[in-house]
Design a protein around this ligand. Structure first.
Ligand SMILES: Nc1nc2c(ncn2[C@@H]2O[C@H](COP(=O)(O)OP(=O)(O)O)[C@@H](O)[C@H]2O)c(=O)[nH]1
Ligand SMILES: [Mg+2]
Length: 313
């Protein structure tokens, strides 16, 4: 019965206590039956209602500064805000993590702002799976929006950003970041393109080159906005654009489609995570003559979970 002490009832999370929410998030990050009990107890209406905003872009573009401004803007509208900062650096060096924490410190005493950092490295895979749970705990606790900040490099960061209902790609002049963003396929996932540091030289040139690129891809429309995150210039326009896109996506069924795709991906993630240790154990016991034919070995292994031979590729 010791478990009961650790198990959150859904009511704990629905209340306003950041400590209760923080505990629930930690348990969901850890995974296991307690985590699943928390997630199953969440209010589905709140989850459906909450807007999940993805903020991505290269390091130094001003994402955290912008997120800070967004927090302030949504707090003015009396919204409770959740923030997940995904840090790409090692938890040992943790430089950016600390930076993000300090930058969001002005909201540290606000009970209606829940900030959580998650590291991509140094964990046993499945960041996306865990992050999906954290997003839902925040939404279930009444956070709306939930903002996910992540550096737009690497596969796990791209997977994370797909948890969002809509995504803003943040770029700044003077780093050649526009080229890199296109190479990384970031433009494809973006609903909004934010040119931050508009006070800096080169902002107009950056906008121009991006407009040209966007016109070449009429199939995926992207809106361009200009911001100055340090002063807050352009933030209200960004908030309106976010609301406008959200409303449109809710009306035309795009949000339902995206959420379904995301959930399908998450279930896939979890299935693979859960299968992996068992598969690894079974494979390690295989004699050399079975290992020698990997495809046949894999097929025979999978037949234990999937006894219908015809369905296997
Ligand atoms: N000049 C200028 N600097 C900015 C602006 N926005 C952010 N910065 C600065 O850019 C640096 C990186 O910002 P940060 O938010 O940490 O970027 P992130 O790595 O994308 O999260 C910080 O020193 C910010 O103060 C802006 O609009 N104009
Ligand atoms: Mg940052």
């Amino acid at each position: 019965m010791i478990m009961v002490e650790h198990t959150q009832t859904p009511n704990d999370i629905r209340g306003n206590s950041p400590r209760a929410i923080g505990r629930a998030i930690s348990m969901v990050e850890k995974g296991g039956p307690d985590a699943e009990a928390i997630l199953t107890g969440l209010d589905p209406d709140r989850i459906a209602q909450a807007l999940i905003i993805g903020i991505t872009g290269p390091p130094g573009a001003g994402k955290s500064t912008l997120v800070n401004q967004l927090i302030a803007a949504f707090r003015k509208q009396h919204q409770k805000v959740g923030v997940i900062a995904v840090d790409p650096s090692s938890p040992i060096t943790g430089g950016a993590l600390l930076g993000d924490r300090i930058r969001m410190m002005q909201h540290a005493t606000d009970d209606n702002v829940i900030v959580r950092s998650m590291a991509t490295r140094g964990r046993l895979g499945g960041l996306c799976a865990a992050a999906g749970g954290v997003v839902r705990v925040m939404a279930g606790a009444g956070c709306n929006p939930v903002i996910i900040e992540t550096v737009g490099v690497g596969q796990s960061e791209m997977d994370i950003i797909r948890l969002a209902d809509l995504t803003a790609l943040v770029l700044a002049p003077g780093q050649g970041d526009d080229i890199q963003a296109m190479k990384a396929g970031l433009l494809e996932v973006a609903d909004l393109l934010v040119i931050n540091k508009s006070d800096r030289p080169g902002a107009d040139a950056l906008a121009l080159s991006l407009e040209t690129e966007i016109r070449r891809r009429p199939e995926s429309p992207v809106e361009i906005l200009h911001t100055e995150a340090v002063t807050g210039k352009g933030i209200m326009e960004l908030v309106s654009a976010i609301s406008r896109i959200d409303l449109r996506n809710r009306k035309n069924g795009e949000l339902t489609r995206r959420r379904r795709d995301n959930l399908v991906r998450e279930v896939m993630d979890w299935s693979l995570e859960m299968l992996r240790p068992q598969l690894a154990a079974d494979i390690s016991k295989m004699p050399p003559e079975i290992l020698a034919n990997p495809a046949t070995a894999a097929r025979n292994l999978l037949l234990r979970w999937h006894p219908n031979r015809e369905d296997l590729p």
